[in-house]
Design a protein around this ligand. Structure first.
Ligand SMILES: Nc1ncnc2c1ncn2[C@@H]1O[C@H](COP(=O)(O)OP(=O)(O)OP(=O)(O)O)[C@@H](O)[C@H]1O
Ligand SMILES: [Mg+2]
Length: 258
């Protein structure tokens, strides 16, 4: 399942307006993780679902460090819990037990509004389906996280334009999602995920719905963003060729990431 809106026990709230003034697309006030500190530190992470009186243990004690600038693939059989893992690490869902630190911060110790603000600024998401808003243009869709951060429309659109240029969509900014190809829609989703220059990009089978050539274009952009912007990314993929090209490869099996 890749739908971020699916119901599950204890989902954290969606993005909400933050209380900070416009950050100008900077890296926010969370500071660098420090020389020896990983950007993401996961300890004893458990996630179980409770459904119809039954408990399904999906994550069974994941311990993992991700360094700033890492580009990581995550593979594993269907149903093993890859999306669950991304959702919990991305604070879209709460763990059953365990700790996630991002840039040194124990994310689940934050209050709901603060967590939503942190998520909007620090984490970019790309899903298999793009979840673009159909009535808005590519520019407006890509600008959305910046508007949620209360940047001025001019500033938000400038940042969105820059990111749409970076993903090769400078000539399509006035198109609505229905007026874009599948690969173009996914590139808008990527521009939206990156418009605030998040420290962490979480991508859940971002090319799962695309033909190989179009998917390859998205992969190239991911590599470029990692190289040029230093964005740390975890990419869930069923594409072994892509996974093989990632500097770091992780596998989820029987509730454990190795
Ligand atoms: N909201 C939920 N309630 C109960 N069980 C769930 C829920 N969401 C997922 N599951 C179960 O948790 C397990 C992991 O699901 P998840 O979507 O994380 O797998 P996945 O590795 O992403 O699979 P795929 O490769 O098919 O996308 C599955 O067995 C699924 O049925
Ligand atoms: Mg999945």
């Amino acid at each position: 399942m890749t739908d971020p809106d699916r119901g599950s026990g204890g989902r954290a709230p969606g993005p909400a307006p933050g209380d900070r003034s416009a950050g100008g697309g900077g890296r926010g006030s969370d500071g660098p993780p420090g020389p020896n500190q990983p950007l993401v530190r996961i300890r004893g992470l458990h996630k179980s679902y409770f459904l119809g009186g039954k408990r399904i243990d999906v994550l069974k004690g994941v311990d993992l460090d991700i360094a700033e600038g890492d580009l990581v693939s995550l593979t594993g059989a269907s149903g093993v819990g890859k999306s669950t893992f991304l959702h919990v690490v991305g604070t879209l869902d709460l763990p059953t037990a365990g700790e996630v630190r991002i840039a040194g911060e124990d994310v689940f110790s934050r209050g709901e509004a603060e967590l939503a603000d942190f998520r909007n600024r620090a984490i970019g998401f790309v899903f298999q389906s793009h979840f673009l808003l159909p009535e808005f243009t590519a520019l407006q869709n890509a600008a959305m996280p910046a508007l949620i951060q209360r940047q001025s429309p001019e500033q938000a659109e400038a940042a969105a334009r820059e990111m749409l240029d970076a993903v090769g969509l400078g000539a399509r900014i006035d198109h609505k999602p229905g007026e874009l190809s599948g690969g173009e829609q996914q590139r808008v989703a990527l521009a939206r995920a990156l418009v605030l220059r998040p420290r962490l990009l979480l991508a859940d089978e971002p090319t799962g719905n695309l033909d190989p050539a179009t998917g390859e274009g998205i992969h190239r952009i991911l590599f470029e963003m990692n190289e040029k912007l230093g964005i740390t990314a975890i990419v869930v993929t069923h594409n072994d060729a892509l996974a093989a090209r990632m500097p770091r490869r992780l596998r989820l099996r029987e509730g454990i990431v190795t």
